[in-house]
Ligand binder design. Structure first.
Ligand SMILES: *[C@@H]1O[C@H](CO)[C@@H](O)[C@H](O)[C@H]1NC(C)=O
Ligand SMILES: *[C@@H]1O[C@H](CO)[C@@H](O)[C@H](O)[C@H]1NC(C)=O
Ligand SMILES: *[C@@H]1O[C@H](CO)[C@@H](O)[C@H](O)[C@H]1NC(C)=O
Ligand SMILES: *[C@@H]1O[C@H](CO)[C@@H](O)[C@H](O)[C@H]1NC(C)=O
Ligand SMILES: *[C@@H]1O[C@H](CO)[C@@H](O)[C@H](O)[C@H]1NC(C)=O
Length: 550
């Protein structure tokens, strides 16, 4: 064969190869296989549905009965009358129609616009009414009720696969029985939860879940992982386990597993969200678990895009620092993350006993209530925590991670949820090692969130109008954040403390109580002025009981 013919054949071959496997065909196959990214995800938490909720009864009865007897020292959370859509800023759980309204709103507004969902637990009511004790069966039924809501709301019957977007639930302290306490797996509790949640648990992860109640989901295959942690193995109130150091402890095994997941993610160039129910803080985790969590978070800081938790109902953020986890006893550290949430919104059995030593009592009685006290003290501690942040140097940024507590659906404050936006612009051959998306805005970096809420005071004025969530605030407009990288949050914390920015601090405090700050103040003030038996219902939430006297 003549050399020129050979060359011609070679070029013809090249042309066909190019047509077959070149950029055009590559692109079209990419379009087929990879789901289109919308750049949005949802974080939602703490539903606490209560099928026994009754409209127009006292909050002191947990919104279950008509009786008006006051057994305990009045606190603002016991004051009020239930409304048709919930009883804001009280001890009551969520009425079912509030849960239904939430999913209807999500379906109407977000069904085909989310890429994945983070859902951080507590899917049953509290066990806080002696007259209607919560049985394990009721608890699992409620969990199944919420699960089916998710499946129904986000399923897509038209397409074969995926039949719904990735949804990543994690176990709350009220998803197990008795609450807070769960031993090493495999056990019956994990089997039951596994059965209820199996549509959400990816192939190859079922064994892991059955053994420990944790797993991860590749929410964007090959690119982004959401880890669902079983934080109850780290939780101080779980008396069935003991920390994260001792060999064989479920917490130790879980941390080891987490380390492996993070290592593998980094090796494969993937990014990670850490999610769970109880947030990593010195007062809520055992010492060893808190320190190891902190160490892992810092070690993999470059690929961890966020730490998203629930449980505390309050909307806020705080930091874990290298200094804080080096302390011998992080719980003694007043400046860095010693905010004592147990003083405030944690679930304790008894109003008198609110320190860490009440765990046994809690377990014995298996009863909990959510209570609120000393909000001002908490706010001051938070401010002091923000003030303790060092200046924003590259070195300091590497020594901090930011943890987020998402507000809840249960109306401890007004019900709220967050829709996040993240960066979907993937630039090929990016120097990904240098551009940690947790520190610099690049592909997958969370860009901001919009927090939506229902003003229940308003909603309760219209018993026949299904309430809709409306914008409470956004990180762009209200916090002036360009993105949600670690430096951006550190800068925000510094700005909050900046004396010139008291307006910003005011906003943060409003948001912490999700719009109920005035309501709580009003209730609290009216307690100071009159004895309970003589007080007429005064808060705007009490409209419905205006003819009642206490
Ligand atoms: C609420 O209950 C009170 C007393 O039981 C009753 O007088 C009032 O009419 C009720 N209001 C509604 C809206 O049902
Ligand atoms: C809530 O939705 C469920 C269906 O998921 C329905 O069976 C129930 O009747 C609804 N309840 C209320 C109070 O709207
Ligand atoms: C997303 O990241 C790229 C870099 O990868 C950047 O150029 C772009 O501005 C970012 N997009 C947004 C909306 O911030
Ligand atoms: C909630 O609605 C009530 C009644 O309409 C109103 O007085 C109050 O200011 C609203 N609160 C917020 C935070 O929007
Ligand atoms: C309630 O009122 C008391 C006395 O006026 C005050 O010390 C306390 O800080 C108030 N609490 C809240 C949550 O407003």
């Amino acid at each position: 064969m003549l050399p020129s013919v050979k060359i011609l054949i070679f070029f013809i071959l090249c042309f066909f190869l190019f047509v077959l496997f070149g950029p055009f065909s590559f692109n079209s196959s990419k379009l087929k296989n990879e789901p289109e990214l919308h750049g949005n995800f949802l974080h939602i938490t703490d539903f606490h549905p209560d099928p026994h909720y009754v409209n127009n009864v006292t909050a002191v009865s947990r919104c279950h009965h008509k009786h008006l007897r006051i057994e305990e020292k009045p606190e603002h959370m016991l004051k009020g009358i239930s409304g048709p859509w919930g009883a804001p800023a009280t001890v009551c759980d969520s009425p079912i129609n509030l849960i239904n309204a939430t999913f209807e709103w999500l379906e109407k507004n977000w069904k085909n616009q989310l890429d994945f969902i983070i859902w951080t637990g507590d899917n049953s009511r509290h066990d806080n009414d002696e007259k209607i004790p919560r049985t394990p069966i009721e608890m699992f039924r409620l969990n199944k009720f919420i699960t089916e809501k998710f499946l129904k709301t986000f399923s897509n019957k038209k397409k074969h696969a995926p039949h719904f977007i990735p949804i990543v639930p994690s176990i709350g302290n009220n998803d197990i029985y008795p609450n807070n306490v769960i031993g090493a797996g495999p056990n019956e509790l994990l089997s039951i939860l596994h059965e209820i949640w199996s549509p959400f648990i990816p192939k190859g992860q079922h064994e892991t879940f059955l053994n420990g109640g944790y797993y991860y989901t590749e929410v964007i295959p090959g690119k982004l992982i959401v880890v669902s942690l079983n934080t109850l193995y780290f939780y101080d109130s779980n008396t069935a386990v003991n920390g994260c150091i001792e060999k064989g402890q479920p917490g130790t095994l879980e941390m080891k597993w987490l380390n492996d997941v993070l290592k593998k993610a980094r090796r494969n160039g993937m990014k990670v969200y850490l999610t769970g129910h109880v947030a990593p803080r010195a007062k809520q985790y055992t010492k060893s678990c808190y320190k190891i969590y902190g160490r892992l978070s810092l070690k993999f800081q470059d690929i961890i895009l966020g730490h998203y938790y629930g449980h505390s109902n309050m909307d806020h953020f705080f930091f874990i620092s290298a200094d804080g986890i080096q302390k011998d006893n992080p719980k003694d550290d007043d400046e860095v993350l010693s905010i004592d949430e147990n003083d405030l919104y944690d679930e304790v059995e008894n109003v008198e006993n609110d320190d860490d030593e009440t765990v046994e009592n809690q377990e014995e009685n298996g009863k909990v209530e959510t209570k609120v006290k000393n909000i001002e003290k908490y706010m001051k501690q938070l401010l002091r925590h923000y003030r303790s942040l060092p200046p924003l140097t590259e070195d300091n940024v590497k020594k901090h991670v930011v943890v987020h507590i998402n507000p809840s659906i249960i109306p401890t404050f007004f019900p709220a949820l967050r829709i996040f936006k993240y960066n979907t612009t993937e630039i090929k051959n990016e120097a990904s090692d240098l551009d940690a998306p947790s520190r610099k805005n690049t592909f997958l970096t969370p860009l901001g969130y919009t927090q939506y809420f229902i003003n229940l005071t308003h909603a309760n004025l219209f018993p026949n109008v299904k309430p809709e969530f409306t914008v409470e605030y956004t990180t762009w407009d209200d916090y002036f954040l360009r993105d949600l990288t670690i430096p951006s949050w550190m800068q925000l914390a510094r700005n909050i403390y900046d004396g010139l920015n008291s307006a910003l601090w005011d906003k943060i405090q409003e948001h912490l109580l999700v719009g109920t700050r005035d309501l709580i103040k009003e209730k609290n003030d009216s307690f100071q002025k009159c004895t309970y038996s003589k007080c007429s219902a005064k808060g705007p939430e009490d409209y419905i009981a205006s003819e009642l006297t206490f």
